[in-house]
Design a binder for this molecule. Structure first.
Ligand code: GAR
Length: 217
């Protein structure tokens, strides 16, 4: 179900494909973690559905192949087939979503079953969907956070890999809370990917059991 990472490092470094709609700050921190040797993997391709996605520029800065794929005129199935083709050519082992704001089709999910990760800016299953920051403020929780999870057919619902809580302060605005959560994300995502790649993940029902290698970033 999952990839194995033993043997000669150069030969078996897992290949990551990133799909993004956004600024790409999570991508930047994943690339930094790869560059520093913390994350023993290679980011081989970055795909975006927005022409001005910051992720495309960041990929270029790090010398990673990147491409804007225009969703105009394609159904979700057709669009995902194009994504699958690009990821297949790059021989990707693990798909990492960073702020990708479209639902993946069942065909995509089944092609990379249990090998797609997403980050969501809340402690799932709370505050799924858009603007988790405002949802948390409106609900009045004292703690929210970030969740890295496996992507399944439903929105923000797959098995959880890693979560980090973040406090909500009484004087928080949406922007201050967002900034605090996103600072946490930048450490959490590389750590979760490392755990996922090195920790022999296995599923028991929807519980992901994972060994925790030395994940201090
Ligand atoms: C991140 O905060 C991520 O949690 C969120 O989008 C942002 C992307 O930022 N994702 C979602 O809300 C998904 N439901 P980035 O493009 O700078 O990495």
């Amino acid at each position: 179900m999952f990839m194995s990472c033993g043997g000669s490092e150069e030969r078996v470094l897992p290949k990551i494909g990133v799909i993004s709609s956004g600024r790409g700050e999570n991508l930047r921190h994943i690339l930094k973690a790869v560059q520093s040797g913390y994350l023993k993997a290679r980011v081989v391709i970055v795909l975006a559905n927005q022409p001005d996605a910051g992720a495309l520029q960041i990929a270029r800065e790090y010398g990673v192949a990147s491409e804007f794929i225009d969703p105009a005129g394609s159904s979700r199935q057709e669009y995902d087939q194009i994504l699958l083709e690009r990821l297949g050519i790059a021989n990707v082992d693990l798909v990492v979503l960073t702020g990708y704001m479209r639902l993946l089709s069942p065909a995509f999910i089944s092609r990379y079953k249990n090998r797609i990760l997403n980050i969501h800016p809340a402690l799932l299953p709370s505050f799924k969907g858009v603007d988790a920051f405002s949802q948390a403020l409106q609900y009045g929780v004292c703690w929210t956070g970030t969740t890295i999870h496996i992507v399944d057919e439903d929105m923000d619902s797959g098995p959880i890999v890693y979560q980090v809580p973040v406090p909500v302060r009484p004087d928080d605005t949406r922007e201050t809370l967002k900034a605090r959560i996103q600072r946490t994300e930048y450490r959490a995502y590389p750590r979760a990917i490392k755990m996922f790649l090195e920790g022999r993940p296995r599923l028991e029902g929807r519980r992901l059991l994972i060994d925790r290698p030395d994940t201090v970033l």
